[in-house]
Each structure stands twice: as C-alpha cells, then as structure tokens.
Ligand binder design. Structure first.
Ligand code: NAD
Length: 293
C-alpha cells in the first residue's frame, strides 16, 4: 500500500514554485501576490487562511490578509473585492468560505475577476473547466490531480467513483477525472445524498474520492480490493483527550480501509496540503497570465 503523503507531494510542488519565484526576483520582477479576505473569526477558517499565508511566504510570494467583522455589510465586502480586482499589484484573490448568512456567496464569487479567481469558483472558470479550456481549477481537485501526478497513479481506463457533487470539490473532480488529460480518462460515477445503492457503486471504484463531509463514512465493505482512495473530508470531531478539544477526521475509516487499498491519502496530511499547493500554482499562473509569460 502506498501512502499518498501530502507532505511529500506538496513539498515537491512548492519547491518548483519557489524556484520560479526566485528566478523572477533575480530578474528584477516583483513576486506573485495573493490577497486573502477573511470575514469573522470561524476557527477552521482562521486556521486555513493562516496556513495559506504561511505557505505564500514559504514560496516567496507576497500575501495580504484583509479581515472584516462578521457583521460587515455585503456592499463593503464587494467594494473591497472590486478594489483588489483593479489593483495591478494583486494577482490572486480568495475569499475564505463559508461567509456569514447575510452575505451572498454567489455574489461574492461572481464579483472576483475571473483572471484573479485563484480558487477557481467563478462561473466563467467553472464553464471553461467543463469545456476543457485553460482555467483556474478549484484548488482541492487541482491538488488531487497534482497528487495523482506526483505518485504517478494510473487513471486511464479505470472507473472512478466520486462521492459528493459540490461546486468546489465533487463536481470539478468528476470533470477532471473524466477529461481527456494526463491522469484523467476515467469512467466516472458521481454520487450524492440521493444515490441509492451507494455501497455497491463504491465497490466498483478503482479510484474512490470521498468528499461528503461525514467522518469515517467510507468503511472497508465499501471499497474494492486494490482501490486508490482519496479522502477529501475534514471534520472537527470533539475529543476531550485531544489538546485542542477536537480531532480532524476524514471521510474514510483509514485503519480498516487502508489494508485493502493500493494507495490512500491520510487525514490530516493528505489532500488538505495539496489544496494549498493547487492554490499556489493558480496564483503563479495568474501572475504569468497578467505578464503574458
Ligand atoms: P458539501 O457539504 O458542499 O457537499 C457534500 C456533498 O456530499 C453533497 O454533494 C452531498 O450530496 C454529498 N453527500 C452528503 N451526504 C451523503 C451521503 N450520505 N451519501 C452520498 N453523498 C452524500 O461539502 P464540500 O464543500 O464538498 O466538502 C466535503 C468535505 O471535504 C468536507 O468535509 C470539507 O470540510 C472537506 N473539504 C476539504 C478540503 C481539503 O482541502 N481537504 C477542501 C474543501 C472541502
């Protein structure tokens, strides 16, 4: 069984990004710049944004963190995004989700310039992805593709089962795996909360991507012998014995599933780290696009 270690794969991706950034600086160019907006102080969002900022520093990018209170007016947030869209020194913009209920996530996503949409959530980028045109791929599915590439997991002609159909993970993942690209060309079945016979479908998956947000949902009896298991889930589960009072759980029951898998991602230390690698790649690409490099 191969452990699809996100630390190893993301370090390799970050190393190539760092080399490119160093070369830019040596040629007296500015560094790529990611602007992150955080609304409120949700614990998980704080952790994700802090990690994105830290990773930007590690590869030599500039990062700006813009914070707003949770009761901020939607109009102020949209105005800030427009200001960043018009700021030539900013290459990528991300607004950490989820947002407070009174703010429309759709409006926020559509306000970000598609050219700076490094999370790949804008409908223009989603449409381009569907048509196989160059676009910003949502960071998590992009990170998973980078993971498959790093470990040279053969996908062509296999049956991939994706559990979850969200715009940020499940659906773009299913599109990528079915696309005529390297590490694509799978026959894909996408499952969701209304899928009957989920166990039977999962048992057919040579590749199984679990992105439903239900801790340890995928058990050993749902997994084909020798399958490649990609666990996207991240859920904080209360645990009084843990230092922080919770533990991070994936969507896969790792200890019972891993003996049956040919390769599997751990949680934490798997897809989450690759998501950041995907975001950094998108930010560098946005920079290159703006300079036509
Ligand atoms: P979401 O809630 O938007 O979507 C969940 C999907 O799972 C839905 O399409 C739903 O139909 C499906 N689903 C729910 N229950 C199901 C069931 N019993 N059987 C079959 N399908 C079911 O969630 P999301 O934003 O796609 O995130 C999914 C998980 O991935 C969450 O745990 C989230 O925290 C995690 N996540 C991780 C990363 C990362 O970097 N590792 C990034 C994004 C999301």
């Amino acid at each position: 069984m191969i452990l699809l270690d996100g630390k190893v794969a993301s370090a390799a991706v970050k190393e190539t990004i760092k080399k490119e950034t160093t070369a830019l600086l040596e040629n007296n160019k500015r560094a790529p710049h990611l602007a992150a907006i955080l609304v409120g102080n949700n614990g998980a969002s704080e952790t994700y944004v802090a990690s994105k900022v830290k990773n930007c520093e590690e590869v030599g990018f500039i990062s700006s963190l813009i914070r707003f209170d949770s009761n901020i007016d939607e109009k102020i947030l949209l105005e800030k995004i427009i200001e960043l869209n018009n700021d030539a020194s900013v290459d990528g913009i991300l607004v950490q989700l989820p947002l407070p209920k009174h703010i429309s996530e759709a409006k926020v996503i559509e306000t970000i310039s598609p050219n700076k949409d490094v999370d790949g959530f804008h409908p223009i980028n989603a449409g381009k992805l569907v048509q196989g045109l160059p676009s910003f791929i949502p960071a998590t599915p992009y990170g998973i593709m980078l993971m498959l590439e790093h470990f040279n997991i053969q996908t062509k002609g296999t049956h991939a089962v994706v559990i979850g159909r969200s715009n940020i993970v499940g659906r773009p993942m299913s599109i990528l795996l079915s696309s005529n690209i390297l590490y694509g060309n799978c026959t894909v079945t996408i499952c969701h909360s209304h899928t009957p016979n989920l166990n039977e479908i999962c048992l057919q998956g040579d590749i199984l991507v679990a992105a439903l947000g239900k801790p340890e949902f995928v058990k050993e009896d749902m997994v084909k012998q020798g399958a490649v298991i990609i666990d996207v889930g991240i859920t904080r589960v209360a645990d009084a014995t843990a230092k922080k009072g919770f533990r991070i759980k994936g969507d896969v029951a790792f200890s019972e599933v891993s003996p049956k898998a040919s390769a599997i991602t751990p949680v934490p230390g798997g897809v989450g780290l690759m998501t950041i690698a995907g975001l950094l790649k998108n930010t560098l690409q946005a920079y290159k696009n703006s300079y036509e490099l």
